[in-house]
Design a protein around this ligand. Structure first.
Ligand code: HMG
Ligand code: MG
Length: 313
């Protein structure tokens, strides 16, 4: 029987590290990306080109891209908030015209509520979409692929329960400006499977499910269940973070993304096959080791449930 292929977008170098208080050396960030590639991960968000005043931790992304090992069959993405971020990416690509390129894909982002967009991008959602459209256009003209994110698709830390109609509209707007895929973010990590299901039912009214990805933070422990719910709905791309690292600086108290190890484990023996470059998948044991290694670099233990269980057996 043919299995349903699931793609993992490994967001730990960006979402996983952006919220860290201590300065993480570029060499550690670059080694994280390198190790993820060697463990078979095919899509890696390597960092972001955002204002260092807003998110100091991501300041060294150009150096990370220059130092990390780049593999032919891995896609490296970077997150940009505006034209200035895109300009930094294209300048870097012109400065270092290597093959494979340092990055060939950007992600742009907005949110389903004005309050969150204000906190994250210092503007309203409508204005953010108006500003992002020419950025997406310019990126496409440069031959870069463009991915979109919608934050707070279930709950907003500032305005509470989110209107799923708004999620659908913002998702559609990002696709209309040329994003090949839109990742739906439960930024706060409060969503339950039934809420995720209801939200996806609404978004799917106007958006083909092949264009959607799921991005679940695990604050309330529902992230793996939400991943399975999204897969049930036909979503085939899941954002995950090794060691369960992460959190958004503008979502107080939110914890990391669903741990990649936990997703890999939960899908073992299922109708789903996780795509990857290590014998056709992602190597679970290597991911467990990476989760521990990076967590120890940050002075703590891995919070991946599977990572902890495998380490202690
Ligand atoms: P602003 O203050 O309104 O913008 O911030 P500005 O144009 O006035 O710029 C402020 C300063 O930043 C200026 O410097 C700019 O030059 C500089 P100054 O003149 O004061 O010296 N600047 C930049 N520097 C480097 N790269 C840039 C850049 N842009 C401006 N690209 C702005 C607006 C968009 C810049 C700011 O709000 C920002 O950087 N936001 C990014 C916030 C962020 O990174 N959030 C986390 C990522 S999103 C996320 O985690 C959610 C996600 O995981 C999904 C989910 O879980 O929901 C994706
Ligand atoms: Mg996130």
């Amino acid at each position: 029987t043919t299995k349903n292929v699931v793609n993992i977008v490994e967001v730990s170098p960006r979402d996983g590290l952006q919220n860290e208080k201590g300065v993480i050396p570029v060499s550690v960030k670059a080694e994280l990306v390198t190790r993820l590639g060697r463990a078979g991960v095919q899509i890696i968000e390597a960092g972001s080109f955002v204002s260092p005043k807003w998110v100091p931790q991501m300041a060294g992304t150009a150096e990370v891209l220059s130092q990390m090992e780049r593999l032919q069959n891995v896609r490296y993405q970077v997150l940009v908030p505006n034209q200035k971020g895109l300009d930094a990416v294209t300048a870097l690509l012109a400065e270092q015209p290597v093959s494979p390129p340092l990055t060939d894909e950007i992600s742009i982002f907005t949110a389903a509520t004005d309050a969150f967009t204000r906190a994250n991008l210092n503007t309203t959602t409508a204005e953010s979409l108006a500003r992002l459209a020419p950025v997406a256009r310019a990126a496409l003209d440069h031959g870069l692929r463009v991915r979109g994110y919608v934050s707070v698709v279930i709950a907003c830390p500032y305005s509470g329960q989110v209107d799923y109609i708004r999620v659908r509209e913002v998702t559609k707007a990002l696709l209309d400006m040329g994003c090949y895929e839109v990742s739906l973010g439960d930024t706060v990590g409060m969503g339950t499977p039934s809420q995720v299901s209801e939200m996806l039912d609404e978004v799917k009214k106007d958006v083909p499910v092949e264009k959607l990805a799921g991005h679940f933070h695990d604050t309330y422990g529902t992230a793996v269940a939400n991943v399975l719910t999204a897969l049930d709905h036909g979503v085939r791309t899941i954002d995950a973070s090794v060691g369960g690292l992460g959190g958004c600086p503008y979502s107080p108290g939110a914890t990391g993304n669903v741990a990649t190890e936990d997703v890999l484990y939960a899908l073992q023996g299922s109708q789903y096959h996780v795509a990857g470059n290590a014998d056709g998948t992602i190597d679970l044991n290597k991911m467990v080791d990476i989760g521990w290694w990076i967590s120890e670099q940050l002075g703590r233990e891995s919070v991946s449930r599977v990572g902890r269980a495998i380490r202690s057996r």
